[in-house]
Design a protein around this ligand. Structure first.
Ligand code: SF4
Ligand code: SF4
Length: 143
């Protein structure tokens, strides 16, 4: 009778002094594996310009039509860039084909996983919202 009680107390005490395995989510976020596939976004250069040249390859390979409405424009040196670019996260299956197909490494799946929304429209990203922003969830070497 007393032995199981002592065993139980010993187990409890052992766990009181061991490192917790749980996190205080959402205040604390669990770091994801480096190859984790979050949602796709447009990568920017050091100077803040987008790498995308509006070739539409990502749109062609996307199996779920999540990338739409890429509108190209041409700069003074004949460089191409998009003026519109839509990533529909309600359709995205996070396959990473767009990232693989892009010749400029201009689109990449980030490591963000909190995508739940009350309104569907919030998940349809225009070019500004689809453009990479530095976030605390991203690891410094995510590029
Ligand atoms: S991750 Fe896959 S489904 Fe999502 S936009 Fe890229 S190609 Fe399309
Ligand atoms: S993100 Fe890459 S593949 Fe898609 S349009 Fe831009 S340059 Fe082309």
């Amino acid at each position: 009778m007393i032995l199981p009680l002592i065993k139980g107390l010993a187990t409890t005490l052992r766990h009181v002094f061991s490192k917790p395995v749980t996190l205080q989510y959402p205040e604390e976020k669990r770091p994801v594996y480096p190859r984790f596939r979050g949602h796709p976004e447009l990568v920017v250069n050091e100077d803040g310009t987008r790498r995308c040249v509006a070739c539409t390859l990502c749109m062609v390979v996307c199996p779920s039509n999540a990338i739409k409405n890429i509108v190209p424009a041409e700069g003074p040196e004949h460089e191409k860039y998009p003026t519109q670019f839509v990533i529909d996260l309600t359709r995205c299956i996070f396959c990473g084909f767009c990232q693989e197909a892009c010749p400029k490494a201009a689109i990449k799946l980030n490591n963000l996983y909190e995508l739940a929304q009350y309104q569907k429209e919030v998940l349809i990203l225009d070019i500004d919202r689809a453009t990479q922003k530095k976030s605390e969830m991203r690891m410094p070497d995510w590029l």
